[in-house]
Design a protein around this ligand. Structure first.
Ligand code: PMP
Length: 432
C-alpha cells in the first residue's frame, strides 16, 4: 500500500534503490549499523545513507546536540550570525590544509556549484574539466556525469577529452561546450585539455568514490597540481564523499596535495544536510568583491541552519578530540572486512578485486584494481556484481544495489557485525 501511494504521489515513484531491489522492500527504521524493512527484517547496513554516517545511524551525541539546538531557541536569524557557525568554520580551517576561509551550504551539490562559480570569477574563463565516472552533484554546471558502467563502453579513445554526455533531458545545452570530460589517472589527457588555456577549473573526487573506490596512481594528484599551476586553472577537490571519512583533514591531508578550492558534505554533519565550500583566501575574497560583476554571492535560506550546524559541531568536536582513535578503528574494521572477503573470493573460479581506502570499500568483479571508469566499463562483470548485491540483501546485508557502488563501514559496526557479514557472504557466494 505504501509503495502504491508513493507511485501515485511521488514523481518517478520509488527511489533507485527500490528500482534495483524490487518495490516490495521498504526501509522504515535505522539505528547504529542496522536498518529495518517494513516487515521487521534487519540488515547490516553498508550503504550508510549514501555514505554520510561515519558514526552510524541515530548516533546519540549528534542527536543530543540537535535536540539541544532545537530547544535552545536558536533560529534562522541570518547566515553568519550563529556563534557555532564561526566555531565550526575555525575547526574546519584548522583541520583541512586547503581551507583558509569557508562558506556553508545545505548540500554537496550547492557547494560544488559555488566552487565552480568562484573559479570562473577568479579566472574569467568558462570551461570546467570533470572526470569520467566522477560525480560532482546534480547542479546544471556539471550535470549528471555519473554513468552506470553497464550503460556504455566508452565511445572515445583512451586519453581523449570529450564533451559531457548529456544523458538527462532538461539540462542546458551550454554544458556541451563548457564542460569537458577526461579519464581519471590520465595526466597526459589533463595536460592536453589544460594547455589550451581556457579552463577555469578542474574538479575531481581525489579518490573516485561514486564508481566504487578508484585510487589515484602515485604522482597523479601532484601532477594535476603542477598542471593547474602551469596553466592558471583552479584545482578543486570534491571531497563531499572522501572528506572526514578518511581523515579529519580530508583526503588532501593524506595525499599531501593542496587544492585551491574544495567541497565537503555528507560526513561533515553525520547525516544532517550540510555542505562546505572553501579554499584560498584570495579566491574566497570574491564573496565580498567590491566589483558587483565579480562578486560571488553564496546564499541560501537554510545555509548555516542551527540544527545542521549543531550536528556538524558535535561531529567535528568528536573527530578533533579522538581523531587517531576514530580513523585507526575505521581502518582496523576495514582491514578485517578486506581480509575476510578476499579469503572468501579467493576460492572462486571468477576474478574479483577488493579495493579499500580506510572504511570505504568496493568489490570489483574483475581481475585488477581499476585505474579509471573506462577500465571498469570494459572489465567489470556487472551482471555478477548486481546478482551478488541482490543476494546479499536477501541474506540481510545491505550494499547499495547497483554495480560498482562503494560500501561504507561506520564506527557503529562491531567486529561481530563484520564477522556476521563475512559468514553471510560465504553462504551467498556459493550460490553465485
Ligand atoms: N560530490 C560528490 C563527490 C558526491 O558524492 C555527492 C553526492 N553523492 C555530491 C557531490 C552531491 O552532494 P549532495 O547529494 O549533498 O548534493
Amino acid at each position: 500500500e505504501a509503495v502504491a501511494r508513493r507511485r501515485q504521489y511521488i514523481a518517478g515513484g520509488t527511489m533507485s534503490i527500490n528500482r534495483a531491489i524490487g518495490p516490495a522492500k521498504l526501509f522504515v527504521r535505522a539505528k547504529g549499523a542496522y536498518i529495518w524493512d517494513a516487515e521487521g527484517n534487519a540488515y547490516i547496513d553498508y550503504h550508510a545513507g549514501f555514505a554520510p554516517y561515519l558514526f552510524g545511524h541515530g548516533d546519540k551525541d549528534i542527536d543530543d546536540a540537535v535536540i539541544a539546538a532545537i530547544g535552545s531557541g536558536a533560529s534562522l536569524i541570518g547566515a553568519g550570525t550563529m556563534p557555532w557557525e564561526a566555531e565550526i568554520a575555525e575547526m574546519l580551517v584548522e583541520a583541512v590544509p586547503g581551507l583558509e576561509q569557508i562558506q556553508l551550504t545545505s548540500t554537496g551539490s550547492e557547494a560544488v556549484s559555488y566552487a565552480l562559480r568562484l573559479a570562473r570569477a577568479a579566472t574569467g574563463r568558462d570551461t570546467v574539466v570533470v572526470m569520467q565516472g566522477g560525480y560532482n552533484g546534480w547542479s546544471d554546471y556539471v550535470s549528471y556525469n555519473l554513468m552506470d558502467p553497464g550503460d556504455v563502453v566508452a565511445d572515445h579513445r583512451e586519453g581523449d577529452e570529450y564533451p559531457l554526455r548529456v544523458t538527462t533531458a532538461g539540462i542546458p545545452k551550454v554544458i556541451d561546450t563548457t564542460v569537458r570530460v577526461i579519464e581519471y589517472n590520465d595526466l597526459a589527457a589533463a595536460e592536453r585539455v589544460l594547455a589550451r588555456g581556457d579552463v577555469a577549473a578542474l574538479i575531481l573526487e581525489p579518490v573516485l568514490q561514486n564508481v566504487g573506490v578508484v585510487k589515484p596512481l602515485p604522482g597523479y594528484l601532484e601532477g594535476l597540481r603542477e598542471l593547474c599551476d602551469r596553466y592558471g586553472t583552479v584545482l578543486i577537490f570534491d571531497e563531499v564523499k572522501t572528506g572526514f571519512r578518511h581523515a579529519l583533514g580530508g583526503y588532501q591531508a593524506i595525499a599531501g596535495v593542496r587544492p585551491d578550492l574544495c567541497t565537503f558534505g555528507k560526513a561533515v554533519a553525520n547525516g544532517y544536510p550540510m555542505g562546505v565550500v572553501g579554499g584560498r583566501r584570495e579566491i574566497m575574497a570574491l564573496c565580498n568583491d567590491p566589483d558587483p560583476g565579480r562578486r560571488v554571492i553564496i546564499a541560501g535560506t537554510y545555509n548555516g541552519h542551527p540544527v545542521n550546524v549543531a550536528a556538524a559541531r558535535a561531529s567535528l568536536l568528536r573527530l578533533k578530540a579522538r581523531e587517531r582513535d576514530v580513523y585507526s578503528e575505521l581502518e582496523r574494521l576495514g582491514a578485517r572486512m578486506q581480509a575476510g572477503i578476499e579469503a572468501i573470493f579467493a576460492r572462486r573460479n571468477y576474478p574479483t578485486t577488493f579495493v579499500r581506502q580506510g572504511s570505504a570499500f568496493a568489490l570489483y568483479f574483475m581481475d585488477h584494481a581499476p585505474r579509471n571508469w573506462r577500465d571498469i566499463a570494459l572489465h567489470n562483470d556487472n551482471e555478477r556484481d548486481l546478482a551478488y548485491r541482490r543476494a546479499m540483501i536477501e541474506a540481510g546485508v545491505f550494499h547499495f544495489p547497483a554495480a560498482t557502488k562503494q560500501s561504507s563501514i561506520s564506527l557503529a559496526h562491531t567486529d561481530d557485525d563484520i564477522d556476521r557479514t563475512l559468514a553471510l557472504t560465504e553462504d551467498v557466494v556459493r550460490t553465485l
